[in-house]
Design a binder for this molecule. Sequence first.
Ligand code: SAH
Length: 405
Amino acid sequence: MRISESRAKAEGRAQVRPTAEGWKQAMGDDGRPQLQFTAKARVSQPPVHLADLTLDERAAKLKEMGLPGFRAKQLSVHYFQHYTTDPEAMSDLPKDRRAEIAEVMFPKLLTEVKRLTTDNGDTVKFLWRLFDGSLVESVLMRYPGRVTLCVSSQCGCGMNCPFCATGQAGLTRNMSAAEILDQIVQANRVIAEGGLGGKRRDGGHDAERVSNIVFMGMGEPLANYKRVMNAVHRMVDEAPEGLGMSARGITISTVGLVPGIKKLTEEGVPVTFALSLHAPDDELRDEMIPVNSRWKVDEALDAAHAYYVKTGRRVSIEYALIKDMNDHGWRADMLARKLNARGRGWVHVNPIPLNPTPGSVWTSSEPDVTAEFIDRLESAGVPTTLRDTRGKEIDGACGQLAATE
Ligand code: SAH
């Protein structure tokens, strides 16, 4: 009997194994779940957009068009501060060249296909069509005192986790930095137009724009490292070079690409880091998270801990609780032991009840099991908070983004 089966039995519990039931997981030539780290060679990237460039690069591009460098700043204000790409609104530009400038600097990247709203207007899911017809989603969520946007970083995802809807169709291509950023700018425009949140009883309103970003939409951000980091730089660059956001409000979540975590550690941008662990033992994680065949639980935890040591930023461990699969008491204990072995105060755990995905036969853990899982971690001194999950009714919650019309 496998170790996990005998341990489950000792607790009077079952051990469900994560074989992909209800749908077919793509398999590689080696007979294992397929992993795609790079997009197919032939896919083309979208045209370069102002948001792909630094302020200096924007000025250089405008000079090539015979325009003075200061126009770069004006255009940046239009885009990053007024959320507009409409040449008619740019009265500070020479009238005869406005249309041409806008065409070069602001090629259309995201076209809204569908918008779904729930939570009394406080949660909005957008479906975007990209220049090549690819579809991606982002989810905008208003909370007291902050507005969070969950952004996509890839069209599809190559990580093939059986419990996540995004991975089921594989990876089409990486998104460009500007495609990532345009999700924020478009969300900011919607907020400015009053498109987020129902009427508040006190008549007041919360943040006027997106204050927090989570890279928890479609894709594996660390598999698109360069463009994601370019986008992150633009998010934190002061306006009008960028959005002037705080790095602490940006969360990069990864399935555990250790070389990427190490690069991020050296990057010098103090973003919040989250590791999607979902199992503390390799026996289970090997089957749940295909990339565990490359980097094991301990390697991923070591890299996460090193991120904390270097940046002082407390790390999050994400853990989708799946009934009888990864929610056993002994797993909570093992997780606590592995985290505490690396120190105290460096990490917190964010369990999240599994969200349903098409074809999946698994369900989220029972409330008493969830409570015990949290309790065991807390008793061992590991801060643990059950994650609030938003947007389930509109298939906009974690793991549900599949981008279909
Ligand atoms: N690829 C990155 C970011 C995208 S997923 C990553 O894996 O971290 C964002 C979070 O949703 C991850 O923690 C992911 O494991 C989790 N998730 C995926 N499917 C889920 C589901 N069905 N229910 C709940 N969470 C899920």
